[in-house]
Design a protein around this ligand. Structure first.
Ligand SMILES: [Ca+2]
Ligand SMILES: [Ca+2]
Ligand SMILES: [Ca+2]
Length: 354
């Protein structure tokens, strides 16, 4: 693996920004009265010695020492006749309602002692993965165009230069994908966190390598790597500098494709084989296993991936250049669950959660 450790100082070409017309960041409403599981654990430790199944016969039950009348008044009967018969999560869910209705004083001593009134965290937040949508990079303009979940234009930004390969990823772990490019002429990645300013400029790979990006170590940050067609090998970094993973995958003629195929938060390697229009995907970057095999698409299609339904798992798909169609499949299936036409002939497809 040949790569330099010097930081490139040139910029990524024209950086004039025509910024997104819509900010799609979803803001979760914060409950006025709520507390984390760890805070509820402190209450239970104080009230019941941490025993969620306790019934001493004193008229108070379970980890949060509800009376039966309180348990019923706040809906606990949907879970169990008595509090101590319900699960810890069910007791906490009723505890949330009591906290919202009566405040931390419902546990006169242990509530304040645990900081119950000052926590405000949602103990069981709903997973909030954002679905991926289609986008394109228009090489002649060096402009990214991205779509919303309805398939309409969500925004656009100029970045990169002629001949660049477009990339998208969450380079700073803020939950939003932003743009980047790989410049084959100098084998350098230029990444931006605001779709305008170069935040990372890093040389990696040789001419003819194919750039890949992903969260190879599951820490929330996408980093760079390359796939070398000549030896069918991935070379991946976790810090945009040092190659941490060297992994052979595929055969000559395959196209690299990477994603979180099992929803565990770590992106792993795969290939798309045009000769049999089949994806071969691994859930590991360490061992040479094929975990998922899906036949999808037609000759001439370009493989893509995305979390089309926002459930936290990447699925395969294809981009059909002749018609500018993005067609995404369900997990481990050829059932189409995403189908949008976006961009123009000649565009390069990208996908992401903007
Ligand atoms: Ca980001
Ligand atoms: Ca990472
Ligand atoms: Ca994974």
């Amino acid at each position: 693996m040949r790569h330099t450790t010097s930081t490139a100082t040139r910029t990524a070409g024209p950086l004039a920004l025509a910024l997104a017309t819509a900010c799609l960041t979803a803001v979760m409403a914060q409950p006025a009265q709520a507390a984390s599981v760890s805070t509820w654990d402190k209450v239970a430790q104080c009230e019941a010695g941490g025993n969620w199944g306790i019934n001493t016969g004193n008229g108070y039950y379970g980890g949060l020492q509800f009376s039966l009348s309180t348990w019923k008044a706040f809906g606990g009967a949907q879970y169990a006749a008595y509090p101590h018969q319900a699960t810890k999560q069910q007791q906490i869910l009723i505890g949330e309602k009591v906290l919202a209705g009566q405040g931390q004083g419902a546990w006169p001593s242990c509530g304040p002692a645990a900081g119950l009134g000052a926590d405000h965290a949602d103990p069981y937040p709903t997973p909030s993965a954002s679905p991926s949508t289609a986008g394109v990079y228009r090489p002649g303009e060096s402009v990214f165009y991205v779509s919303n979940t309805s398939g309409g234009l969500a925004g656009y930004a100029g970045f990169g230069a002629s001949g660049d390969v477009p990339l998208t990823g969450d380079w700073n772990a803020d939950g939003k994908d932003t743009f980047g490019v790989y410049r084959p002429s100098d084998q350098t990645f230029y990444l931006t966190n605001d779709n305008a300013t170069v935040a990372v400029a890093r040389k990696l790979g040789n001419p003819d390598d194919i750039p890949v990006v992903g969260d190879w170590d599951g820490n929330g940050t996408d980093t760079i790597g390359i796939y070398r067609p000549s030896d069918q090998t991935y070379y991946l970094t976790n810090d945009n500098a040092t190659v941490a993973v060297i992994r052979r995958m595929g055969i000559a003629g395959d196209t690299p494709i990477t994603g979180d195929w099992n929803g565990d938060g770590t992106d792993t390697v795969g290939v798309y084989r045009p000769s049999d229009t089949t994806f071969y995907l691994s859930d590991s970057n360490a061992t040479a296993t094929v975990s998922h095999t899906v036949k999808f698409g037609n000759p001439g299609d370009t493989p893509i991936k995305g979390d089309w339904n926002g459930d936290g798992t990447d699925k395969i798909g294809i981009y059909r250049p002749a018609t500018s169609d993005f067609i995404g499949a369900a997990k481990d299936s050829d059932t189409v669950i995403y189908n949008k036409r976006f961009g123009n002939p000649g565009d390069t497809p990208i996908t992401g959660a903007w």
